[in-house]
Design a protein around this ligand. Structure first.
Ligand code: HEM
Length: 328
């Protein structure tokens, strides 16, 4: 089974197991939410994700990014998973997501920290492509723009610097930063905050007018490991995106001290990364009777037979084969 099918199957199994349960309307997230109903949850998810990561080393990075893109658009409600239908304008076709999302996640599997994920969240009945286009910061965002995108979600500058550390693994396509290599801010010159040797390497990987969709490692030192090297790279002007390097190279910025702290202390980075992932993961969650538990991750449930059980008699005319977000 390919990695996406595995993840899709896992998500759908979880949905089916839990979909029939009802919860009080004032329910809160709780790391032990499934303690009685599915004590093996943690090990099931770990096993599936580790299989997935073995097949494709980039998949954990893709999953963490998927969570970010979900949370910044009407909260962490799996709205990003909803495919296009007659009534759903899918977020997957918003600018920051198109040809760019993959289903999958794990920090622990890639050397990063673990944390107790508050559970009990439910799935949205809607998606919002417009919000996906406006809420997500872009690769050329300046520091004030990044701060304001995070503040709009109730997140702090510390969250911004901590979560940007996710760019210590995964890849970016050339066209998203090639302006920095050849014609930064229409100056006809490269971005002066790029290290000259690193600039040459990147120019070779992403030649001018070359294929924009070539993928380049965010971290040239440990490309598939979640570690503090992202911050060490910023200190030596080796941030890949402008939005990365802004955290260290914006004169007088309050983010510089945080970058230096994380660059010197991996534990400090891990602790803050875990805290900020929890804070981000709590944005706009649906609990209790809000939303629903989808039987198929990428489609809203079709029918409700009973007001109590929100997944009974659910059918989708779409194929389960397409049960996860598009992948490239
Ligand atoms: C601070 C603002 C951010 C900007 C401007 C940004 C932008 C980007 C861009 C342009 C890419 C490359 C996408 C592509 O090639 O299709 C990317 C990849 C990635 N982003 Fe971000 N991002 C930000 C914050 C975050 C956050 C908060 C997380 C998670 C906590 C995250 C996790 C990732 C990961 C892991 C990848 C690599 C995905 C892969 O290889 O499949 N990013 N990001």
């Amino acid at each position: 089974m390919n990695p996406l099918r595995l993840v899709g199957t896992a998500l759908c199994c979880v949905a089916i197991v839990f979909g029939g349960l009802t919860f009080p309307s004032d329910a809160q997230l709780d790391p032990n939410f499934y303690g009685k109903t599915c004590p093996q949850l943690q090990s099931i998810v770990s096993q599936i994700l580790s299989k997935v990561a073995n097949k494709d080393a980039r998949m954990p990075a893709s999953l963490i990014r998927l969570h970010f893109h979900d949370c910044f658009v009407q909260g962490c409600d799996a709205s990003v998973l909803l495919n296009k239908t007659g009534t759903i304008v899918t977020e997957q076709e918003a600018g920051p997501n198109i040809n760019s999302l993959r289903a999958a996640v794990s920090s622990v599997l890639t050397g990063g920290p673990g944390w107790l994920v508050p559970l009990g969240r439910r799935d949205s009945l809607t998606a919002n492509q417009d919000l996906a286009n406006t809420n997500l910061p872009g690769p050329s965002s300046t520091l004030p723009e990044l701060k304001s995108a995070f503040a709009n979600q109730g997140l702090t500058t510390l969250d911004l610097v901590s979560l940007s550390g996710a760019h210590s693994f995964g890849r970016s396509r050339c066209f998203l930063f090639s302006d920095r290599l050849f014609n930064f801010n229409s100056t006809g010159k490269p971005d002066p905050t790029l290290d000259p040797a690193y600039l040459k390497v990147l120019q070779k990987q992403c030649p001018q007018n070359g294929p924009g969709d070539t993928r380049v490692n965010f971290d040239p030192t440990t490309p598939d490991i979640l570690d503090k090297n992202y911050y060490n790279n910023l200190q030596v002007k080796k941030g890949l995106l402008q939005s990365d390097q802004e955290l260290f190279s914006t004169p007088g910025a309050d983010t510089i001290g945080i970058v230096n702290n994380f660059a010197n202390n991996q534990n400090a980075f891990f602790q803050n990364f875990a805290n900020s992932m929890i804070r981000m993961g709590n944005i706009g969650v649906l609990t209790g009777k809000k939303g629903e538990i989808r039987t198929q991750c990428n489609f809203v449930n079709k029918k409700k037979k009973s007001p109590e059980l929100d997944i009974t008699g659910v059918t989708s005319t779409e194929s389960i084969e397409g049960g996860v977000v598009s992948s490239i």
